[in-house]
Design a protein around this ligand. Structure first.
Ligand SMILES: Cc1cc2nc3c(=O)[nH]c(=O)nc-3n(C[C@H](O)[C@H](O)[C@H](O)COP(=O)(O)O)c2cc1C
Length: 362
């Protein structure tokens, strides 16, 4: 049988964190960045840190099996931080104790999820309206977290009126790492990120700051880090489009020549993604929407006209989808064409229009 292990590799890069280089992290993405996807990225060139999808903490919560697997079967060679989302310090303390014996590098508090069903319960991005509650939660997490305590946040809920207060709270509790998505909760994923907030956080905080939001290429990562003084870059959707982005960052930061994937490499990546998204033995009618969700991002770098993006959305079966991928990524002289280093700006991914997935942080 043709398995991932028996096929040619996706241009693996030997594991190496280069001392003095800005680190990179994979942004957590619910229903995408599970164990298999993390492992796939590690083959293409792992980021320096991983953060799990969020663990929703409430009165009867227990760590779910997929997140536990990410942590306990981490074969990426990189540290993994467990993300939690919740509003009640008592339950958060219990969750921190539940996580403590596991092989995690630390705990991350989600202060950014913009999904209305989440923020209406005053969790995730909703907590950005309640500095006093965040103060209490961070006090508990600091007491319970001997390892890294990190916070992943946006710069505000509606606006930046609480931003300085949150920076003070974060500093007061000796948080070890902050990842800042440079948008408000209300912005969702729209509009340009405002990186000036990352500059402000990097200046105000004693801990390192990871810049996050639309860092679509290694050149952009270098530009944003230079402009903001951030310690490193956290990358989410662009890593789904281009799984070699962390390797490219490392090469670019070191002044080496940067790996340039071809459309044939992308075709191979699509096959691997099919396997990654198949882990629960899904039927085609559930599997295809899941693949299309990811292909929405990949298609942004295939052709400038968006022909692959449009045609991909119309496919209904595995053979239609894979034949289209062969046609657009391998045949007609396409195999040797270079995959665009950044998304074509005028094309729009609509991953949530692809099927009845559960509502996520998106
Ligand atoms: C589908 C999806 C799911 C996400 N799930 C999470 C999550 O579980 N926890 C979290 O902190 N952020 C989550 N995010 C936000 C990302 O981590 C990241 O902050 C955001 O996508 C901006 O970065 P990017 O432009 O590099 O994608 C999610 C984003 C997407 C698109």
């Amino acid at each position: 049988m043709d398995t991932a292990a028996s096929r040619p590799s996706l241009h693996p890069l030997p594991d190496r964190i280069i001392p003095g280089q800005p680190p990179t992290a994979l942004a957590p993405m619910q229903d995408i960045t599970g164990h298999s996807f993390m492992h796939l990225l590690a083959i293409c060139g792992a980021p320096d840190y991983y953060i799990t999808e969020y663990y929703r903490v409430h009165d009867s919560s227990r760590l779910d099996v997929d997140i536990r697997r990410c942590i306990c079967e981490n074969t990426t060679g990189r540290p993994i931080i467990a993300q939690i989302i919740g509003e009640d310090p008592v339950h958060i303390r219990r969750a921190a104790r539940e996580l403590a014996p596991l092989p995690i590098a630390g705990i991350d508090l989600n202060l950014g999820c913009p999904a209305p069903k989440v923020f209406r319960k005053n969790v995730g991005g909703g907590l950005l309206r309640d500095p006093a509650r965040v103060n209490e939660i961070l006090a508990v997490l600091r007491e319970e977290s001997p390892g890294t305590l990190s916070v992943k946040m946006r710069y505000g809920f509606e606006d930046d009126s609480n931003f300085d207060t949150f920076l003070e709270i974060i500093d007061r509790h000796n948080v070890d790492l902050v990842s800042l998505h440079a948008r408000t909760v209300r912005q969702l994923y729209r509009g340009q990120p405002d990186y000036s907030y990352i500059t402000r956080a990097a200046k105000a905080l004693r801990c390192p700051v990871l810049a996050n939001g639309d860092i679509g290429s290694c050149e952009k990562a270098a530009r944003v880090l230079k402009e903001t003084g951030a310690f490193g870059a956290m990358i989410g959707r662009p890593a789904v489009r281009n799984p070699w982005i962390f390797r490219q960052c490392r090469e670019h930061f070191a002044g080496l020549s940067v790996f340039k994937p071809t459309l044939a490499d992308v075709r191979e990546y699509v096959d691997r993604l099919w396997e990654v998204t198949d882990e629960k033995g899904l039927s085609d009618d559930k599997h295809i929407p899941r693949m299309k969700k990811l292909l929405n991002f990949i298609a942004l770098g295939v052709d400038e006209e968006g022909a692959f993006l449009r045609a991909m959305r119309l496919t209904q079966t595995k053979s239609e989808l894979m034949n289209l991928c062969d046609e657009c990524l391998l045949e007609n002289g396409n195999a040797d064409k270079l995959f665009a280093p950044d998304a074509h700006a005028h094309l729009i991914a609509r991953p949530n229009h692809e099927g009845p997935e559960k509502q996520t942080c998106e």
